[in-house]
Every structure is written in structure tokens, then in C-alpha cells.
Design a protein around this ligand. Sequence first.
Ligand code: PMP
Length: 349
Amino acid sequence: MKHNFGAGPCILPQEVFKDAAAAVLDFNGLSILEVSHRSADFVKVMEEARENVKKALNVPEGYTVLFLQGGASLGFLISAYNFAGKNKKAGYVNTGTWSTKAVKEGKNAGLEVIEIASSEDKGFNYIPELNDIPEDLDFIHYTSNNTIAGTQFKSIPETNIPLICDMSSDIFSQPIDVSKFDLIYAGAQKNLGPAGSTLYIVKDSVLGKSTLDIPTYLDLQVHAKKDSMFNTPPVFSVYVANLNLKYMIKNGGVDAIAKRNEEKAELLYNEIDNNPNFEGTTEVKDRSLMNVTFRLTDDSKKERFDQLWNDGNIVGLKGHRSVGGYRASMYNALEIESVKALVEIMKAL
Ligand code: PMP
């Protein structure tokens, strides 16, 4: 078995892989890959998946859950289009590659975009304070976990302005107060399921209120009215996401998951801080529990370290080219034994 520290698509529980594989061969007498999305059997899966998201995240009344396509990359545009208000002016917190892309799509939607805070001055290695927020913004957009930089918001920004969050890389890793948000979106391929579906949790009261003409597929109200079945949904991705949601709920939910994620992160950050061969790349207070970024203090040890972890059946440890060094992504299904294996290798260097 390999220890998968990849940044995404990522590891899911073995039990989920097995059940998913079984459904490829037999889902009520058909393959899940050939079943009609309009069949009663699949409609039930979609409904269950949407309900299980509500259950797992304790979503309050007044929100709709959708499984769409296009990844979080289309979410950048969908969020901007649907939340354009009378000022057509939006505030973005820029904490890395993915927020920079969100800013670009906000502009592509025709909005005036203000970067209300940014950590670009230090290569995105910290989470900036949000001060002096203009009052006339239609919404504020931020990225809860920066998959590439390895930083994570430790609290939800306090504001009365509608709040949108790209939670692609830390959704379902901890409890969240959904009531603080007007929209949460996330590509499925980290803690939810296989790539192919994108989760939206949207406050009902904002649907249909945009001041822009929205292309049909990008209009969340269109999807809400059709119960997430406006067009052919990503059937397999939703099916497996539902298996994983059931698995999460059965095994203690996001509270239990958060506890395990904290233990894993503590183990690895402790090694980074105590082993003179390594150093973290981000400010300690803003460290991500999902994506741990670090580097060697002496680059001449690179060849040996790379050999050690490759021989140790560890995959996906190479840092993103924009940050360099190493990145250990520790999504929910990564067992603490895998982190222990990595720590042993770091000790052996
Ligand atoms: N936002 C974040 C935080 C991400 O990590 C990613 C992908 N790694 C994206 C957006 C883009 O997602 P997708 O590939 O689903 O478009």
C-alpha cells in the first residue's frame, strides 16, 4: 500500500472505494455508469447525497445543496454572477493562487473587484487581517484553506456583508457554522468524493437576486428549481460522494474527523519544528491542517530525502512549483499511520 499525501484528487476511505467498485458492476442490476440520471434509483441517490451534506455539516433551514460541474474553477464565476448586487462591487481576500483566480473571474463577470486584504507581499505565507472593509460591497469572497501555500483561516471573518467561501480543500475536515455564509462551494475531489462534481451550499434568500443577466448553467436558481438535475449530473461522482458522506456520518461525523486531523497535523508540524533538517514555509499561527508545506534547511540533502520517501512508499509529497519544497496533504482518509511513516523517514534523514 502507498501512503497518499497528494493534494488532490485525494485518498478516500478504502470502504468507499470498495463500495464504489461494486456499484460499477452492479447497481440494482445495472452499472452505476450506465444508469439513467432520471431513474428513480438515481434520483434517490441525488436526494440522499444532498440531505447527507446537510446532516454532515448541520446545515440550517433556508439553504439549498447542489451538486454541479465545472469544478471550483467555474465556482469562481458562478459565485460572482449570482451575488452581483446593486453596486456590482465585490471584495476579495487574496491568499494565494486560487483566490487570485477567483479575483480574475470576479472581473470577468463584470464586477468592480477590490482586494480588501492580501498576503501576496510575503508570497502568501500568512493569512492577512481584514481591516477597513468598504461598506458598499455586494459580497466578500475568501478561500478558507490555501491548498498550495499551506495556510488556513482559523476563524470565519466577522462581517455583515454577504460572505462567500471557496472551501474546496478543507470542507468536511471540521465543523463549520454554515449560517455565517451566503454561499459555500467546493470541488468534490478532496474530502468529499471523486473529481467531477462541485458542491454548492447556497442561502435560498439570495437566489434570483443577481443584478446581472446570468447564462443559464451559471444561475444557481435554475439548478435549485430543478433539484440539482437541470442537466445530466456527474452520476458516479455524486454516487461516491454519497457513499463517503454516509461513511463520515457513521464514523462520528466532522467532530471526530476534526480531532483526527488535529492529531495528524500536530504530529507532522512537531517533527518539522524539532528536526533541524526541516522548516515550515508559513507563519505558525496560520498553518493549514490539510496541506503542510515545508522545506529542507540544507538543499544538499534533497537527493537523499527524496530517495528515502520514495523508498518508503510515500507519494505526492512534492511541493507545488510556485512554493517549492514539500507539501504533505493530509485529507480526512489519510490514516495517522501514514503520517507516522513520514515522520520516521524525516527522523532517518
Ligand atoms: N480552490 C481551491 C482552494 C483548490 O484547492 C482548487 C483545486 N486544487 C480549486 C479552487 C480549483 O478547483 P477545480 O480543480 O475543482 O476547478
